[in-house]
Design a protein around this ligand. Sequence first.
Ligand code: SF4
Length: 694
Amino acid sequence: VIMMGQAEHSVVTTCAYCGVGCGFKAEMKGQEVVRMVPWKDGQANRGHSCVKGRFAWGYATHKERVLKPMIRKHITDSWKEVSWDEAINYAASEFRRIQRDYGRDAVGGITSSRCTNEETWLVQKLVRAAFGTNNVDTCARVCHSPTGYGLKQTLGESAGTQTFDSVMHTDVVIVMGANPSSGHPVFASRLKRRLREGARLIVIDPRRIELVSSPHIKADFHLQVRPGTNTALLSSLAHVIATEGLIAEDYVAERCETKAFNEWRDFVSQPANSPEAMEEITGVPAQAVRGAARLFATGGNGSIYYGLGVTEHSQGSTTVMAIANLAMATGNVGREGVGVNPLRGQNNVQGSCDMGSFPHELPGYRHISDNVARAQFEQDWGVTIQPEPGLRIPNMFEAALGGTFKGLYCQGEDIVQSDPNTQHVAASLAAMECIVVQDLFLNETAKYAHVFLPGSSFLEKDGTFTNAERRISRVRKVMEPKNGKSDWEVTVALSNALGYPMNYKHPREIMEEIARLTPTFSGVSYEKLEKLGSLQWPCNDDAPEGTPIMHIDAFVRGKGKFMITQYVPTDERSTRRFPLLLTTGRILSQYNVGAQTRRTPNVMWHGEDVLELHPQDAEDRGVAEGDWVGIQSRAGETVLRATLTDRVQPGVVYTTFHFPESGANVVTTDSSDWATNCPEYKVTAVQITRVSQP
Ligand code: SF4
């Protein structure tokens, strides 16, 4: 419900949807939100917003929200409302029983990029200190984990290089595997402004996204790459740059490792990587590749913005490294107007990674085997931390099916709906003995839970989010938690019940601990955030007011490192049985699994997921506009309504994934990125058949 009327007071906070991180003023009447007004002083949005941040907050008071803790012995039993103490003590006793029966590593935790830095910090601390294992992961596993890996290898830091404002100084932009108009609308308007001023645009995407051709913008090149062949396409772009004398030789000589660069140049110069040789694989005409490569290398400041269409592939990490190679080869890292810019999906996906919620990394991206880093945490927390990496989310599922993983604490993440191959996830959860879900609603994952701990919405939280430009912004409580406890207090209570004492009076104290133990955050404090509005990490003695642009004089790793990025075809290729390739994306009004936006007036703009199908493929199958179609893959089968459009090429189909009924992830497979296990959501071989209404 959107209340209209006179506000009595207002509170400045940060949007909890996408990685732009817009500042908002919540105008309040008592404990009720009257309206959300984009904050003119918000450093990420400067008074702009989109329909999600502006209108999609009513879920906080939705009637389906669960406000009382609940437990049940078996997942077939009915839920029983209990007190907070009873629920938390029951969860703690079950986790300890499982550890006694099956071993220390039979339990773990999953946190979410929807949560604050402080909440995420506490979950990884609980897992490492109270459980005594490294079995902690975050939903960034399924979106930008290849960004973390790929940028660390090449540039030395697992984060984007620029501010959003930097785009106003760019001359040529590559937008690859991202649809900013829908996914990052406030950034998209800044980008469009620059394009209207004359910046040139290269779009790399299997689908004709809005940026390719809209009233005042026309891309110079749309490289309509076949799903699954990004790495091949980037090799062919690099081939042109290397073989036509377009490399920024002085920059590379001064800034990059010579041996690795020479090996890379030899590799991309091979005839097998030429646009002509790659054309059959990528489906992109060689002349367009040559034109785009020349434009990017010679057009002035070149910047690359990319999204999940890059990372969610079996070669996601390889493609991120290929993007970094391209930026370094053309001298486009380390100043305004250039850079490598992952468009992070969720509000705090950057932060959840920074906070060490990965099984192999402590906060600040220090490997768990790093004895010095581990000793620092051991001393501060008074525990022993295991030096071996724990289980990633998909490994937890495998271990559950193998009988060695039995207990899961899942905060703010609906893994049944959001992770690929739903049947596999469901079977894994059904094999566990204690699942604790902490969320706003009884989501799909809660169907397998034994303890439900009510979560709180962003309107009820104090803390910080870190956006896609590494900008740490305050989230401020505009109303008291309707469930009676803030999310961070729930984790603290669970840790105390497990016998590992945690004692904080306010999230400010958690940030003090983050700053004490994380070198890139050592200069961050709530006081400084109040004074400066926001801070971009690294923020420390070298950069007390933060770092808007990274790698200016040298790369974080010293010299930039070119990596060999050999194209390896995915298993998800079209076959006689599954001749079409399914890819996925978002729509402006809805957000991810839709748990929040579906419970707001935004459903009036988008009430169901549909399948985009090229008219030629539709005709071959006797499918007309609005028909129901069955979608079969090697993982499963679902049904969607078809819409016919030439936004997709023949052979490619596309859908969104905002509604659980559509079952998009029933058909996605468990293929994943070789380095990080990020699922290959963006390419699934499928067959489409016309069916009667489900
Ligand atoms: Fe801004 Fe993203 Fe929120 Fe829209 S969803 S208001 S672009 S942070």
